[in-house]
Ligand binder design. Structure first.
Ligand code: AMP
Ligand code: ZN
Length: 115
């Protein structure tokens, strides 16, 4: 989508620190990290939010997202200590960028519950 920040990052039009990419997904470091490790994993395809996932997206894209997260946790060395995957969906979920993304937070003991 032409006026979407994360589409522009995925297309290389806006710079980001890329941690991993393949034909379906791209992972980059959050610009405002909330933990020592704070990655965003997004599909290349513009999907506004989790509630917009089609049955096909769920089969084709979600596995790639979770494969990328597992691979990143191994390559960046935070698999053993653990991490948190967060998806904010819609206004009540606190979503601020309307391109589906999964936060991956790690590198410290995280608190619960969220605010
Ligand atoms: P959310 O509030 O769940 O929609 O998360 C959006 C995330 O995108 C926030 O954590 C922002 O810090 C992050 N963000 C916004 N702009 C950029 C950018 N240009 N590069 C990397 N992360 C960004
Ligand atoms: Zn987009």
């Amino acid at each position: 989508m032409s006026d979407c920040l994360f589409c522009k990052i995925a297309e290389g039009q806006i710079p980001a620190k890329i941690a991993y990419e393949n034909d379906k997904v791209i992972a980059f470091y959050d610009i405002t990290p909330q933990a020592p490790i704070h990655l965003l994993v997004i599909p290349r395809k513009h999907i506004p939010s989790a509630r917009d996932l089609s049955p096909e997206d769920m089969q084709e894209i979600l596995p790639s997202i979770f494969e990328a997260i597992q691979r990143l946790s191994e390559d960046l060395g935070f698999k053993e200590k653990g991490y948190r995957i967060v998806n904010n969906c819609g206004v009540d979920g606190g979503q601020s960028v309307d391109h589906l993304h999964f936060h991956v937070l790690g590198g410290r003991q995280l608190q619960w519950p969220p605010g």
